[in-house]
Design a protein around this ligand. Structure first.
Ligand code: NA7
Length: 287
């Protein structure tokens, strides 16, 4: 059985790494703030001393960190991934980053003698914990096939999308749709309130029709209670809107709806909601 590494034990990485351990795999973990490794070690993982050491001691190392800057720090930093990949070690970055950063990282890993796959995931805390993420992979096809035993534990569906960058692009398209859906939803909820409509009636009407979806069904009742426990940090949702807009910019593709939605997320960050769930954009829509 392959030995796996996992770097980055935030909301997403924690769930995925725990699922690998609980499925009986041999897993070595590392996180910048080392105390986050304790729960994993208690569950049966081994704690690694640095990204380089984890990658060098495992067959395939997965990573899930905040944003492009964090992904680059993990790979190019001191004792980083790049220092451990020689001899064909495999590295799978599951963070949501821009395609250019994924390509820069992928090329550097291969140049240093390693193997690379990007595999950003669709789904937040719950799917990470119960292994129902959707993995959007691109890069080395053979590595995608080799990683399947791990992917099948972390997710319910894995798709292979071609060359490095295509996974990032797909993820940004998906999250741009999700973000704009969320701001339209919160504006509808707050408009209903101001129009003296019952938000429960609105949720019931939406759920009975063609717009019924798990996100409205799950987040709607929480919005009514202004309960924003973090499943997907708002700062990461806004990062994805920003990166999607940059992709649109590169391709000269107009996205006025996304641009407007991004402004609402920026306003929410400015209100101090960056670490709350992205559905707390509701509070910015209320003004
Ligand atoms: P979290 O819960 O905010 O976790 C972020 C993780 O990234 C956490 O392990 C951080 O370590 C790590 N991080 C952040 N910056 C760095 C640097 N510079 N170097 C190393 N590690 C770093 O995010 P989620 O788990 O919800 O999301 C992760 C990704 O999936 C993100 O791209 C989302 O958009 C989707 P820390 O614990 O702070 O030391």
């Amino acid at each position: 059985m392959a030995k796996y590494g996992y770097l980055g034990l935030g909301i997403m990485g924690r769930g995925m790494a725990l699922n690998l351990v609980n499925a009986g795999h041999d897993v070595v973990v590392w996180n910048r703030s080392s105390e986050k490794c304790d729960e994993l070690v208690a569950a049966g993982a081994t704690k690694g001393s640095s990204p380089a050491e984890v990658v060098a001691s495992c067959d395939i190392t997965f990573a899930c960190v905040s944003d492009p800057e964090a992904s680059k720090a993990l790979v190019f930093g001191e004792n980083g991934v790049l220092e451990g990949v020689a001899g064909g070690k495999a590295y799978v970055d599951m963070s949501t980053i821009d395609p250019g950063t994924a390509q820069t990282i992928g090329a550097a890993i291969v140049e240093a003698g390693g193997r690379y796959l990007e595999a950003p995931v669709s789904g937040s805390k719950g799917p990470a914990e119960n292994g129902t993420l959707i993995l959007l992979a691109a890069g080395e096809r053979a590595l995608f096939d080799e990683a399947e035993p791990a992917f099948s534990v972390m997710g319910k569906k894995s798709v292979f999308l071609g060359e490095v960058g295509q996974g990032a692009r797909m993820k940004l398209v998906v999250n741009m749709i999700m973000g704009t859906m969320m701001t339209a939803f919160t504006e509808g909820m707050t408009l209903a309130e101001k129009a003296n409509l019952s938000t429960q009636d609105l949720l019931d009407v939406l759920d009975a029709g063609a717009m019924s979806n798990p996100m409205f069904r799950g987040k709607g009742p929480l919005m009514q209670k202004e309960s924003f426990a973090t499943a997907f940090p708002l700062k990461h949702a806004q990062k994805d809107m920003r990166l999607a807009l940059l992709l649109g910019d590169e391709l000269a593709h107009g996205m006025p709806t996304v641009a407007a939605s991004n402004e609402v997320f920026k306003k929410a960050r400015n209100k101090g909601l960056g670490d709350s769930d992205f559905s707390s954009v509701y509070l910015a829509s209320k003004d």
